[in-house]
Design a protein around this ligand. Structure first.
Ligand code: ZN
Length: 193
């Protein structure tokens, strides 16, 4: 095909699209429709609520394949007297229950802090597609620190991992929480949920 024909075809498709009401999108437009507010904003709100009730401020949000929020939760270790009640496990359980299946294929998890080894393993078992986390946790994290669960030979499914989303806000919540706890004489280290 001659290049002049290609140009003509492209122009005709463009004109037809314009005639159907298509408009150029602004440069910041994204191809995937994201709920508003963003999932990480919702997770940060859950983290803040967890801190307000005396739990370490970590929040998580689970999105279904179409981008719908399936579950959102903050840490409830203290509230439930349950050492496994990390935000990530709470949203995995709730989403699995609501979908009626244990494997959350094509679902994405947003969490304000790098998941610990227990949660990283659960994320793998749940077949999560993408993991977005906020602050890194060099002391208690199990994704990019410590045992690096997704890179271990016993891990049979690793999600795509994106760290640093909302990092500054997530870190700010944790620092303020532990500072207040130290001032009031309670002990606790970041990551020690
Ligand atoms: Zn955890």
């Amino acid at each position: 095909m001659e290049s002049v024909e290609v140009v003509a075809i492209l122009w005709l498709s463009y004109a037809a699209a314009r005639a159907r009401g298509w408009r150029e999108q602004p440069s910041h437009a994204t191809f995937v429709a994201m709920p508003d507010p963003s999932p990480m904003t919702l997770a940060l709100a859950e983290a803040e609520a967890a801190g307000a009730r005396g739990d370490v401020p970590v929040g998580a949000v689970l999105l279904g394949p179409e981008g719908r929020v399936l579950a959102r939760a903050g840490n409830r270790v203290e509230a439930l007297s349950d050492p496994t009640a990390h935000a990530e496990l709470l949203v995995l359980r709730e989403a699995a229950r609501s979908l009626g299946r244990p494997r959350l294929v094509d679902c994405d998890l947003y969490v304000t802090l790098e998941p610990c080894p227990m949660c990283a393993q659960a994320i793998s078992f749940a077949r999560i597609r993408r993991l977005y986390y906020g602050a890194a946790d060099p002391k208690g994290g199990g994704v990019d620190h410590g045992p690096r669960i997704f890179a271990s030979s016993s891990c049979h499914h690793a999600p795509e991992v994106y760290g640093g989303l909302g990092e500054r806000q997530a870190e700010g919540l944790l620092k303020a929480f532990f500072r207040a706890r130290r001032t009031s004489g309670q002990s606790g280290l970041p990551g020690a949920r």
